[in-house]
Design a protein around this ligand. Structure first.
Ligand code: GPV
Length: 838
């Protein structure tokens, strides 16, 4: 149906175009209007939640007019668009970000004050949008911010989970998972009940001959409806407002099947509805782990098929030839989770649009790019052939054909290497047979990238080595990760951002982070250092208050704050950290009171979620809490050591924690952390880091200088030999670590049995993560940290120097690299004053 208003009537629309508020009075008017009409409340019945809701609605209205115009502009210019497909978008809160990005936070602050509210309290009412696990999901969120800020025509596509990542409670020192009811009230999404797609599952494939041509027809066994929900993504200091489209699942054909209902089959009608809604019900809470559950595969196909239908529908409006598809569309696969999109596009082009296989395949491979985020074998996705066959029968056939043509070309190029075919086959000939999704993603994309230099080198020399031989090195590239300075500096640390602005000629550094280099000439400025130190202290006071409020433990903000916040994982080695803390505790206990007086007080702060099924990670949380319970009440120790576990680490807590850190820990076994991004957030907020030569730590060192980072531990190239030696040679444990283990086994931190598996992993099971190998170096390096911290003046100078050299790590730089090297797209210039025109 043509829904466009005819030309003669458009005058009336133009006359009545919406104008957004620009000042305090305009803002207040909108808030009052929303409180009284949208919320049906009044000044006699307006709490902080109502104030939050009305403020959000006022900004939402504003964003949506910009969003509309951005979409009109992009449609009119009809240039190439980027589609970022990610199963995770870890957005955090939206209101603060929206106010800052449109440049009206001050207006809102003053307006809210006049209406009787403090903006900090209002902002805190918002529940995080936590549709992700950790770094991978947060990277997607930072990329959306940069894409909009840089005016790229870009859409994100994801799933609208009813439940995001679980809420973590700590009960008796153990993690307990509680559902995340984030959708209760969410003013940031727009349901598009008119934008729906029917998604097929199960069934069989029939061959039909049409006009002498045999085509495959997939007769579905089940149909589920995808409904679009749109979330506006405002760029910073630009009218560009992009779209994040999240799909929600629903029974097709409305609320429930009335035919079944009327025929008395009420229960099965309800069951159908529930089965459909289950698809988008919950985010799988695994980080760096794939467990091959059928519902997860259903989620993946549901989301990918709806997104591709949408993308193809949009492309078809321009009435171009199919060969132009890759000139109009770039699709980036955030890890292998959306790899079925490759198969789905091939299916659309061949089965539905009637293109020849080779022609279609050329279009497909020119369209996709694939980002790999891990080398950990347990995280590489594989699906049993039988499961794919059952759920997506036509897709399995296409995968087999893709594999056949691929292996034929490999055989031609490497006729003498029979084993090569077995190694690179998309189908693993195991029992049961498996589809290797990373291999499918490589074969179906024109570029494959890793997320930091070391990681990109590792994938080329290990897991994807054969593919470098087959395709040549140019198909593989690196885009080192980055973070958005808008959220991770300007929003999280407003005072530091303001101080920086005062030395860098205003706020331009937020759009060109290399301008931070202007700070370096002020390093010697005593007054500047003093203000810098004061801001850090104030941020620590704020965190200390949060610690007191949530754990009851009083920490001294003058202590060195040592922070490790990230998902709990053996490869990230929180166990190394807590063993180090125990070592420190034992050293302090062994001292005389006089010796103790000379020690530097420290607060060891941990935070992070364990996957609910990851038993060892949960034991690590329990050990941290058990150590805290003993150390924090030990009167010999007092302020010299406190051990804190912060409950329910998430994006909004990270915004409070990063600015309050003196030293943060990025201590993964070398070669295991693809990049890491919190390392960047901590340095950007004026904290130093202790870390291994892993992921982006290496490039951070190159940028900020070796003297400004505390590196320790074995190198990635030595890991394999060390592991081999543990298993086949004699494996002796570091003597200091041995003392730590003995103390745990004495029962100092509670029932020793609780921690025996953690100790056995090191002593008996080959110490896969090299905790013992790196322990001595780790302890020594922490002593260097203490010494360095004693000289506060030098310390602050290191922090300032480091921040001044962090320009490289903005996600704006990443997006520009992707745009240039992978997507071949350009930004759309915006005329700030034109409203209706292009
Ligand atoms: I695969 N990452 C993640 O958060 N979850 C995952 O399931 C997988 C990867 C992370 C990596 O662990 C980080 O090193 C990296 O910085 C991040 O992805 C973004 O690339």
């Amino acid at each position: 149906v043509e829904a466009s208003i005819p030309e003669p009537q458009r005058e009336a629309w133009k006359r009545n175009q919406i104008t957004s508020f620009t000042d305090k009075d305009g803002f207040e008017k909108e808030v009052v209007r929303h409180v009284e009409t949208t919320l049906a409340r009044s000044m006699f019945n307006c709490d902080e939640i109502a104030a939050y809701s009305a403020t959000s609605l006022a900004f939402r209205d504003r964003l949506i007019t910009h969003w509309n115009r951005t979409q009109q502009r992009q449609t009119y210019r009809d240039t190439k668009r980027v589609y970022y497909l990610s199963l995770e978008f870890l957005m955090g809160r939206a209101l603060d970000n929206a106010m800052l990005n449109v440049g009206l936070k001050n207006v809102a602050q003053d307006g809210l004050a006049e209406l009787g509210f403090r903006i900090e309290d209002v902002v805190k009412q918002e529940h995080d949008a936590a549709l992700g696990n950790g770094g991978l999901g947060r990277l997607a969120a930072c990329f959306l911010d940069s894409l909009a800020t840089l005016n790229f025509p870009a859409w994100g596509y994801g799933l609208r989970y009813r439940y995001g990542i679980f809420k973590q409670e700590i009960i008796d020192g153990y993690q307990v998972e509680v559902p995340d009811y984030w959708l209760d009230f969410n003013p940031w999404e727009f349901p598009r009940h008119d934008v729906t797609v029917d998604i097929q599952f199960f069934g069989q494939v029939n061959k039909k001959t049409v006009g002498g041509k045999t085509i495959s027809v997939w007769e579905a066994g089940e149909i589920v409806q995808a409904v679009a929900y749109d979330v506006p993504i405002p760029g910073y200091d630009t009218p560009t407002t992009n779209n994040l489209r999240l799909w929600s699942s629903k029974a097709s054909g409305g609320e429930f099947d009335f035919q079944k209902f009327n025929s008395g089959d009420y229960e099965s009608s309800v069951a159908d509805q529930q089965r459909a809604e289950t698809i988008s019900a919950v985010l799988y809470p695994n980080d760096n782990l794939e467990r091959g559950k059928e519902l997860r595969l259903k989620q993946q196909y549901f989301w990918v098929a709806a997104s591709l239908y949408d993308i193809v529908r949009r492309f078809k409006k321009s009435r171009r030839s199919w060969n132009e598809f890759p000139d109009q569309v770039a699709i980036q696969l955030n890890d292998t989770h959306p790899t079925l999109a490759i198969v789905e596009l091939q299916r659309i082009l061949v089965d539905i649009e009637g293109l020849e296989w080779d022609n279609a395949w050329e279009i497909v491979t020119s369209t996709f790019g694939y980002t790999n985020h891990t080398v950990l074998p347990e995280a590489l996705e594989k699906w049993p052939v039988g499961l794919v066959q059952h759920l997506l029968p036509r897709h399995l056939q296409i995968i087999y054909d893709i594999n056949l043509f691929f292996l034929q070309s490999v055989e031609k190029a490497f006729p003498d290497d029979r084993d090569m075919l077995r190694r690179v086959s998309i189908i693993e000939e195991s029992q049961p047979k498996m589809v290797r999704m990373a291999f499918l993603a490589i074969v179906g994309s024109h570029k494959v990238n890793g997320v930091a230099e070391l990681h990109s080198d590792l994938i080329k020399t290990t897991i994807f080595k054969d593919f470098v031989e087959i395709y040549g090195p140019d198909k593989f590239t690196n885009v080192t990760n980055g973070i958005t300075p808008r959220r991770w500096l300007h929003q999280a640390n407003p005072r530091l951002s303001e101080l920086i602005a005062s030395k860098c000629g205003g706020n331009d550094f937020l759009k060109d982070l290399t301008l931070l280099n202007q700070l370096e000439k002020h390093v010697e400025d005593k007054q500047f250092r003093k203000e810098w130190a004061e801001i850090k202290y104030a941020n620590k006071v704020r965190l200390a208050k949060h610690i007191k409020d949530t754990t009851g433990v009083v920490v001294n903000p003058a202590s060195l704050f040592d922070v490790q916040v990230k998902r709990i994982h053996e490869y990230k080695r929180q166990q190394l950290n807590i063993f180090g803390v125990i070592h420190r505790y034992l050293s302090l206990k062994a001292m005389t009171p006089d010796q103790r007086k000379k020690q530097l007080p420290r607060v060891s702060i941990f935070g992070g979620k364990a996957a609910p099924g990851y038993w060892m990670a949960k034991q690590i949380i329990h050990l941290i809490n058990s150590v805290g319970a003993v150390v924090n009440k030990d009167e010999d120790i007092g302020d010299l050591l406190k051990v804190i576990f912060l409950e329910d680490y998430n994006v909004s807590k990270a915004e409070m924690i990063c600015p309050a850190s003196d030293i943060s820990e990025h201590i993964s076994t070398a070669g295991t952390e693809a990049s890491g991004t919190s390392n960047m957030k901590f340095v950007l907020n004026g904290g130093l880091i202790i870390g291994t030569c892993d992921g982006a730590n290496i490039e951070i060192t190159r940028e900020i200088g070796e003297s400004n980072i505390f590196l320790f531990g074995n190198l990635s190239e030595d890991v394999e030999d060390l592991r081999h030696a543990h298993t086949y040679g004699s494996h002796t444990i570091d003597s200091d670590l041995d003392k730590v283990f003995n103390e745990i086994e004495k029962g100092t931190f509670g029932t020793p049995h609780d921690f025996s598996a953690m100790i056995a992993a090191v002593r008996q099971h080959g110490d896969y993560y090299l905790v013992s190998d790196d322990f001595h170096s780790y302890i020594e390096t922490h002593q260097l940290v203490d010494e360095a911290y004693r000289n506060q003046d030098e310390w602050i100078a290191k922090c300032i120097t480091s921040v001044s050299r962090m320009g490289f790590f903005t996600s704006d730089r990443c997006i520009n690299e992707y745009a240039e090297e992978i997507w071949n797209v350009e930004p759309l210039a915006v005329d700030r004053h034109s409203i209706w025109g292009p």
